[in-house]
Write a protein that binds this ligand. Structure first.
Ligand SMILES: [Zn+2]
Ligand SMILES: [Zn+2]
Length: 151
């Protein structure tokens, strides 16, 4: 098993845990008055709008999707990398605006308030496209680390 496989696997596991958590949060909702804490942010890549879903809405409008990880390699590396694409599993939701399954997990930047996709096309945690705030550290990324690989 290569380290890439392990990363791939852990991404899938995290996605499953995430789905399980939402279901659990929704189920335990009846013991609380407000379900506000279960609100999650999403961003539609189709109509480019952000929206918020609570636990109950999420249970009805979320599903898992397998998707190939887009490799950001130079054109010369292309041909030999094809054939066996890396696949990751992501949670997608139905967009309340255009009603397509193009809603993806989003995050609000704690620094500038920008709403952006939580993951990059490669399945990595994305940082704020405006100010480079990093959700992992809670601080802005120094220098030009933005789109470079983390491993
Ligand atoms: Zn939409
Ligand atoms: Zn920001």
């Amino acid at each position: 098993m290569t380290s890439k496989d392990i990363i791939k696997l852990s991404v899938a596991v995290v996605a499953l845990i995430g789905a399980g958590y939402f279901i659990w949060a929704n189920a335990s909702d009846s013991t609380h008055d407000a379900g506000d804490e279960t609100k999650t942010e999403w961003y539609c890549t189709g109509c480019e709008k952000s929206f918020v879903l609570n636990g109950a809405e999420l249970a009805n409008s979320m599903r898992l999707q397998e998707r190939e990880i887009a490799e950001q390699k130079g054109p010369s590396d292309g041909p030999k990398a094809r054939g066996r694409g890396d696949v990751t599993t992501v949670n997608i939701v139905k967009c309340p605006f255009c009603e397509k399954w193009t809603g993806e997990a989003a995050r609000t930047c704690e620094d500038c308030g920008e709403i952006f996709l939580a993951r990059t096309k490669r399945g990595e945690t994305a940082i704020c496209p405006k100010c480079k705030w990093d959700p992992h550290t809670g601080h802005k990324v120094e220098g030009d680390r933005a789109e470079t690989a983390r491993d």
